[in-house]
Write a protein that binds this ligand. Structure first.
Ligand code: GLN
Length: 213
């Protein structure tokens, strides 16, 4: 069955994510059709979603202006997978620690934007990721860190206040969480699309399909 994967295309790295999704699908013996999400009306037809990085303040504004935000919330509440990277994770979080970001409250974490500071604006570090056999090359660009606080937000609808709201930390760097899973959503502080390693995309979208390798 072909997986229809929507890549939110209001900003950033769309073709790199599309390539990674297609490669991961192929390795799993699946096919993927990647569609760009620029307007409302596309997300409801997607089996999986990807929210790339960029600038979280801008992304959240554009998503809300276009009515895409509500569709993304419906997608995740329906239990369908989503991968949110860097600014995408900031937007998907419960709390971005910044009023200018209107978050979607889909990943039950608080994030701290630009947490690695100016000296380390961008860097690469190997990461041990839960579910992957070998270290993943993490590319960090003005990246956030994830506070592990979790806890169920009071604004959450009762439907989402379930056991699956438990947040699993998938990877840490220097003792700080940089990849998490909250139900159908995988969120990373780093940019998995900027390597030729598509195992994070595979983990987010195809983990339930037995590998053909
Ligand atoms: N620093 C950006 C923000 O806070 C995120 C950077 C990125 O996506 N690479 O929105």
């Amino acid at each position: 069955m072909t997986l229809t994967a929507g890549v939110v295309a209001v900003q950033g790295d769309v073709s790199e994510h599309a390539d990674a999704i297609e490669r991961a699908a192929e390795r799993r013996g699946r096919s993927a059709e990647v569609v760009e999400v620029r307007d409302s009306g596309v997300v409801p037809d997607c089996d999986a979603l990807l929210m790339p990085g960029g600038e979280s303040t801008t992304i959240s504004r554009l998503l809300h202006d276009d009515g895409i935000a509500a569709e993304i919330v419906d997608h995740v509440e329906g239990g369908k997978p989503m991968l949110a990277t860097c600014a995408g994770l900031i937007v998907a979080a419960r709390d971005a620690g910044d009023d200018r970001v209107e978050t979607l409250d889909l990943v039950d974490v608080t994030v701290e934007r630009n947490a690695f500071g100016r000296q380390k604006d961008s860097f690469e570090a190997p990461l041990d990721v839960d579910g992957l056999d070998d270290p993943f090359p993490g590319v960090f660009i003005r990246a956030p860190v994830i506070s592990e606080g979790g806890g169920v937000s009071e604004q959450r609808s009762a439907a989402r206040r379930t056991e699956s709201d438990d947040v699993a930390v998938l990877a840490e760097l220097d003792g700080r969480a940089v990849a998490v899973r909250d139900g159908p959503v995988v969120g990373t502080s780093f940019h998995p699309e900027l390597t030729d390693d598509d195992r994070i995309h595979e983990l987010a979208f195809f983990a339930e399909t037995p590998a053909t390798r």
